[in-house]
Design a protein around this ligand. Structure first.
Ligand code: FES
Length: 251
């Protein structure tokens, strides 16, 4: 058991601090977070700013759903710009992602039982981080987007007047399932249903709270899986758009 492991000595002779919850090196998790999140953010920015469409035949990328095309003076505003703020706000204010980026990017702290670098007085999520308290409102917006993504996944089965089935359909369905596991396991949604002093007075709310709890237990896993699925879905559709994946007539 990790708790019983002797702590290795540091170079100065003092025992190195070890996360009592994990036998893994305490830099591993924050490093993985920084690498994967940074790659995702760079990818998202490039696609959002420089790609003009997320549609290939019946398939629509979640980065571009719903499709909004606005031209100003003949110049097409990158469509992804209208969509990105909502999932971005939702993930940035998510309770799990807060832990991940506080640890990964800010070392705040980088692991349990590891001291932080000195940074003056602690203000919690008050000043700059105050926006994190708006998570519930981001949730409302993302539930609307989830309905659109479900529509996209179902609509992709019907194309040019006929039933259509391809690898893209499977990818879109897996994506909405993983996104649902993440969205509907949200802590704010759990509180929305279960934030009451009397469960027995609200049987429906209690059942909903239990349902959200099932997903909430593994919120971290859903968060990673859904982020990777959104990413993978866009990559697949983009490879089709750019002709990297041979197709004909459809994949
Ligand atoms: Fe993670 Fe709400 S707490 S999505």
């Amino acid at each position: 058991m990790a708790l019983s492991q002797p702590a290795p000595a540091s170079a100065a002779g003092a025992p190195a601090v070890r996360n009592p919850q994990s036998s893994r090196p305490n830099w591993l998790y924050p490093t993985a977070v920084v690498v994967v999140f940074s790659a995702f953010i760079v990818y998202g920015v490039v696609v959002g700013l420089f790609e003009t469409s997320g549609r290939y035949g019946p398939y629509l990328s979640p980065f571009f759903s719903p499709e909004i095309y606005v031209r100003i003076g003949g110049f097409l505003i990158p469509p992804g710009i209208w969509i990105a703020p909502f999932p971005l706000a939702f993930r940035l204010t998510c309770y799990y992602y807060r832990k991940a980026y506080y640890r990964g990017f800010l070392w705040h702290p980088r692991s349990c039982a590891v001291a932080e670098p000195h940074r003056g007085s602690y203000r919690g999520e008050t000043r700059f981080w105050l926006f994190n308290n708006l998570h519930r409102f981001a949730l409302y917006a993302i539930i609307v987007q989830m309905a659109v993504l479900f529509y996209d996944a179902i609509a992709a089965f019907y194309y040019q007047g006929a039933f259509h089935l391809g690898l893209g359909n499977l990818i879109l369905v897996v994506n909405v399932v993983l996104l649902s596991g993440y969205t509907f396991g949200c802590h704010a949604l759990r509180h929305l249903f279960g934030g009451t002093d009397c469960f027995s007075c609200h049987r429906v709310r209690y059942q909903l709270w239990k349902g959200v709890t099932v997903l909430n237990v593994n919120h971290e896993v859903w968060a990673w899986a859904s982020m990777l699925s959104v990413w993978g879905t866009d990559v697949y559709i983009r490879l089709l758009i750019h002709g990297v994946i041979p197709h004909g007539p459809w994949n």
